[in-house]
Design a protein around this ligand. Structure first.
Ligand SMILES: Cc1cc2nc3c(=O)[nH]c(=O)nc-3n(C[C@H](O)[C@H](O)[C@H](O)COP(=O)(O)OP(=O)(O)OC[C@H]3O[C@@H](n4cnc5c(N)ncnc54)[C@H](O)[C@@H]3O)c2cc1C
Length: 242
């Protein structure tokens, strides 16, 4: 999915930090120190890359401290957006950044929230978990990765009592979405962000227990790229569209 032109801010890349295998955190601050718009969990920003590509990335922090932080996985099969960020953009680089937009908003008042992430899909989900923790809300976080080296925020997750990490190669299977959805308390809200097979499993399992009109999902990548990742969420309580 190519990004849609939107209002932009000129920002400096002020920090790059290792997050997981082939995945870095990138921190941006406005060059003139001006106030930047904050956004809720689930929001994303468009990064205008030096190679002319524009790529959307979920905010890991929602901009409340006047900076935007994103986590980007290098996609060897991609057309060069993530590779450009990993290989060509350095601390100090000045880039154009779109103001945040939110197609994956978090309901902060749910009785209970089930957060499900796979791979790099953790970025908006982590932001949601931090927010729910801050609010003292009831939630659980299930995070699946193929390999332990792919796990982002590992140290923080290990300290988060609500978090469960599933490593496919260690467990010998995929995360059982059906079981965790079945065991969720009534009136739970569900959010899922991960690769397409996980999203398909999520939709198949929620479809059986939640009326179709209350399931909402957003295809945030094109059909071609859906083989790699998509975002989806649903709720027993409301209908919404991404
Ligand atoms: C709202 C939103 C939030 C996102 N948040 C994040 C995030 O937090 N972190 C993150 O790492 N990524 C995120 N992404 C994905 C990100 O925008 C980029 O798509 C990703 O970094 C790959 O960029 P790329 O240019 O390397 O690959 P792209 O060119 O975007 O390709 C991505 C994938 O699409 C497929 N593809 C591309 N071209 C073709 C083709 N011609 N034929 C068949 N398949 C093709 C390939 O499977 C490829 O791996 C998000 C996407 C959206 C829409």
């Amino acid at each position: 999915m190519e990004a849609v032109p939107t209002k932009t801010i000129t920002m400096r890349l002020t920090g790059i930090q290792y997050l997981a295998h082939e995945t870095n955190l990138y921190e941006f601050e406005p060059i003139a120190g001006e106030a930047i718009p904050a956004a809720g969990p689930g929001a994303h920003i468009d990064i205008y890359l030096p190679n002319g590509m524009i790529r959307p990335y979920s905010l890991v922090h929602s901009g409340t401290d006047n900076r935007y932080t994103i986590g980007v996985k290098r996609d060897a099969a991609g057309r060069g957006g993530s590779a450009c960020l990993h290989d060509s953009v350095k601390v100090g680089s000045v880039l154009t950044v779109g103001v945040p937009r939110n197609n994956f908003p978090l309901v902060e008042t749910a009785e209970h929230t089930v957060l499900i992430a796979g791979g790099i899909g953790i970025t908006p989900i982590w932001c949601m978990a931090e927010r729910l923790k801050e609010l003292g809300r009831s939630f659980e976080l299930h995070y699946a990765c193929r390999d332990r080296r792919d796990v982002a925020f590992l140290e923080k997750l290990e300290k988060l009592s609500e978090a469960r990490i599933h490593i496919d190669v260690e467990a010998g299977n995929f995360l059982d979405l059906g079981a965790l959805i079945d065991h969720a308390p009534a009136n739970s809200h569900f959010y899922c962000c991960g690769p397409a097979p996980m999203l398909d499993a999520f939709e198949a399992n929620t479809r059986d227990v939640i009326p179709a009109m209350f399931i909402w999902s957003g295809l945030l990548l094109s059909k071609k790229s859906r083989a790699r990742g998509a975002l989806s969420s649903c709720s027993r309580n409301r209908a919404a569209n991404l």
